[in-house]
Design a binder for this molecule. Structure first.
Ligand SMILES: [Zn+2]
Length: 273
């Protein structure tokens, strides 16, 4: 059985948590969050966002554990989907994703690990069908998200970081003819249309009702920020950076990121922000 993985590529503070939560509200999609963090979450005894004091005590994870034991003989809590050893990486990811799909009867599993290097390694894993979803903000919005608490601000450093991360993500995503690109601003302005476009690309019928009530969907995700436990379904577009970046800073960002940003937006729905 081949499992479809929607792999979210992007930067920290780029809206990946919002995107995976909204997509995960679809009845045929299951959101695992940042899969690379499984071993750390188990080792550090992290709480499950559903409220269970540990993953081992959460019924969602217990159902996956049963399937992993049936497939592989080990426990899901002994898997390391971020292993640096190629064979273990391949086996543990294949077993995990197949067990998740079997335990929860879904067609698509979301991995929001963000890193292009992990996506590149997953290409070698048999039995999974990868669909990268490359999420990006406008360069000033992203640089502002990274720098808003820094004094002094390191605008050029963050602009170069944007350039490097998105350039690498594009290079890896190019290996997948079905890869999608999603503008964070366009997504916030019209989440229903953007979510419907993504659902169709994943071979699913859009569920607009689920998008309107995404915050009510129970979550058991790995990693993520405080947004992972938001329970209302409000989507806010952060517009503060318009007032907080100077014109000179905006020009500097554009000089570094302009080209990679135009490549990201080529052929994409119009975004303002
Ligand atoms: Zn849970």
């Amino acid at each position: 059985m081949t499992v479809k993985i929607a792999y979210i590529l992007g930067c920290t503070h780029s809206g990946t948590t919002l995107l995976h939560r909204v997509l995960g509200a679809h009845s045929r999609i299951l959101n695992l969050g940042s899969v690379k963090n499984l071993r750390t979450a188990v080792r550090e005894g992290k709480k499950c966002p559903c409220g269970a004091p540990k993953l081992e005590q959460c019924s969602f994870w217990q159902a996956i554990d049963e399937q992993v034991r049936a497939l592989d003989g080990r426990s899901v809590f002994d898997l390391d989907p971020d292993s640096r050893w190629a064979r273990r990486f391949a086996t543990d990811n294949r077993v995990l994703f197949q067990a998740v799909a079997a335990a929860h009867g879904v067609q698509v599993v979301i991995d929001s690990s963000r890193r292009p290097s992990r996506l590149d390694r997953l290409r070698q894993v048999p039995g999974i069908d990868l669909v990268p979803i490359h999420l990006y903000k406008t360069p000033p919005a992203q640089v502002h998200s990274w720098e808003k608490r820094n004094r002094p601000r390191q605008i050029t450093v963050s602009a170069l970081r944007y350039w490097g991360k998105h350039r690498y993500a594009r290079q890896v995503a190019r290996h997948f003819p079905g890869a999608l690109r999603v503008s964070y601003e366009a997504f916030c302005q019209d989440p229903e249309t953007e979510t419907a476009r993504i659902a169709r690309a994943l071979g699913l019928a859009p569920e607009p009702e689920a998008v309107r009530h995404w915050g009510e969907n129970p979550i058991h995700v790995l990693g993520g920020n405080r947004m992972k436990s938001q329970q209302d379904s409000v989507i806010r577009l952060d517009e503060k950076r318009r007032r907080e970046l100077t014109a000179a800073e905006q020009r500097r960002i554009d000089r570094v990121c302009g080209r990679v940003y135009r490549q990201l937006t080529a052929g994409q729905p119009e975004a303002t922000g």
